[in-house]
Write a protein that binds this ligand. Structure first.
Ligand SMILES: CCCCCCCC/C=C\CCCCCCCC(=O)SCCNC(=O)CCNC(=O)[C@H](O)C(C)(C)COP(=O)(O)OP(=O)(O)OC[C@H]1O[C@@H](n2cnc3c(N)ncnc32)[C@H](O)[C@@H]1OP(=O)(O)O
Length: 225
């Protein structure tokens, strides 16, 4: 096994937190993330002058110093609490603690479907006034991956194919996906991203459970993990 796979495995952690402790953490850090996300948008659009910018930067510096006092070494990884509740809070598309994430709140169905209504602000701009194509890919990767996982056939993205049919506006958007078929260890998922005028991006993804997980799942209990 390579060092990078061993490192990756260590970032999937069962930390045994109770649902109550998880809710407390979500209540504490969720609003912090929302506030930082808002700050990104404000920093992008503000037109205040020199003194205000300098004063704001001093406040931001103080906040950074406060928050830096105690930190996990990072990255956040994926964690499970005592009840099996999963926290991918560092996830770039959906992480509760990631201010870069729009964030996506994804509804999942065990029949292998996932959907989300979300909002992209000015921070996700590509062409003038429109959503960046890479951000559309980020959203679709996550939603298609969530459908695969919801249907009990999770995996990492092996291939993601996109067709950008019409420009994607910023603002209120919708994405959805469903498992199309299983081919051995591959889960093929289809989906799309839509704006108010209809489908903007169509997607097909091939999700594959990595070999190291497949090997572990097929190991007997007496085998070392
Ligand atoms: C403790 C729990 C652990 C959980 C583990 C994770 C599950 C995730 C669960 C939930 C996710 C929720 C949502 C997330 C959404 C976002 C996802 C991302 O952003 S993922 C980041 C971007 N993707 C990568 O970085 C992949 C990098 N590539 C790899 O790691 C490998 O290449 C991988 C896993 C894709 C395939 O490696 P192999 O060693 O398992 O593959 P081989 O055994 O050689 O092939 C198996 C079959 O797959 C085909 N295949 C291999 N690579 C393919 C590819 N790139 N595209 C299409 N098919 C491929 C092969 O032809 C073969 O097919 P034939 O069985 O013969 O029909």
């Amino acid at each position: 096994m390579t060092d990078s796979i061993a490192h990756q495995q260590q970032l999937y952690v069962a930390d045994g937190l109770s649902d109550e402790e998880i809710a407390q953490q979500a209540d504490l850090y969720g609003p912090l993330t929302d506030s930082v996300r808002e700050l990104i948008e404000i920093a992008l659009l503000t037109e205040v002058d020199d003194p205000e910018v300098r004063a704001a930067m001093e406040h931001i510096e103080s906040a950074k110093q406060l928050l830096r006092k105690q930190m996990i070494p990072g990255p956040y990884g994926v964690r499970w609490g005592a009840s099996g509740q999963k926290r991918a809070w560092g996830n770039a598309a959906a992480g509760l603690r990631n201010a870069i994430a729009p964030p996506l709140v994804i509804d999942c169905d065990p029949d292998g479907r996932a959907s989300t209504d979300f909002h992209l602000g000015s921070a996700y701009e590509g062409p003038a006034g429109l959503t960046h194509g890479g951000v559309s890919a980020l959203v679709l990767d996550q939603v298609l991956g969530a459908a695969a996982e919801a249907g009990g056939a999770p995996g990492m993205t092996g291939t993601l194919t996109l067709r950008y049919r019409r420009p994607t506006p910023l603002g209120a958007l919708h994405a959805e996906a469903r498992i199309d078929r299983l081919e051995g260890v591959k889960t093929i998922v289809v989906g799309h991203l839509a704006g108010p005028d209809g489908v903007c991006v169509e997607a097909e993804g091939v999700f594959i459970l990595p070999r190291w997980v497949r090997d572990r799942n097929s190991a007997t209990v007496s085998d070392p993990v």
